[in-house]
Ligand binder design. Structure first.
Ligand SMILES: [Zn+2]
Ligand SMILES: [Zn+2]
Length: 106
């Protein structure tokens, strides 16, 4: 699934708003969710606990086979953006994990 010009326009607006929010409030985690542009989901179903498979050396995750429906973008500063393409099933999980990770920071 690729984006329409209208979706690209709205995505740019959404990302600009999230960027401004991150700029205005240092330390704020600002999240924007925009339509995907043909990417594959970047998430997986592995447990994210500290003793989960991803912390084992040499572990290779198979990832999620679905195509992305949304891109979850997180700003941790005005020029620090992380994009996570996500399928319909994983996008809520990514937001939850981002917020939890941000909340765990000292
Ligand atoms: Zn995994
Ligand atoms: Zn997925």
């Amino acid at each position: 699934m690729t984006r329409t010009p209208q979706e690209t326009f709205l995505s740019d607006q959404t990302l600009a708003a999230a960027r401004h929010a991150a700029e205005a409030t240092p330390g704020l985690l600002s999240v924007a969710i925009t339509p995907a542009n043909g990417e594959q989901c970047t998430w997986c179903d592995c447990p994210t606990s500290s003793d989960g498979p991803h912390s084992q050396p040499g572990y290779r995750c198979a990832g999620c086979p679905d195509s992305a429906k949304h891109v979850v973008s997180a700003y941790t500063g005005p020029d620090l953006r992380f994009d996570y393409p996500a399928c319909r099933r994983h996008s809520p999980q990514i937001v939850i994990d981002l917020v939890e990770t941000a909340g765990r920071k000292p």
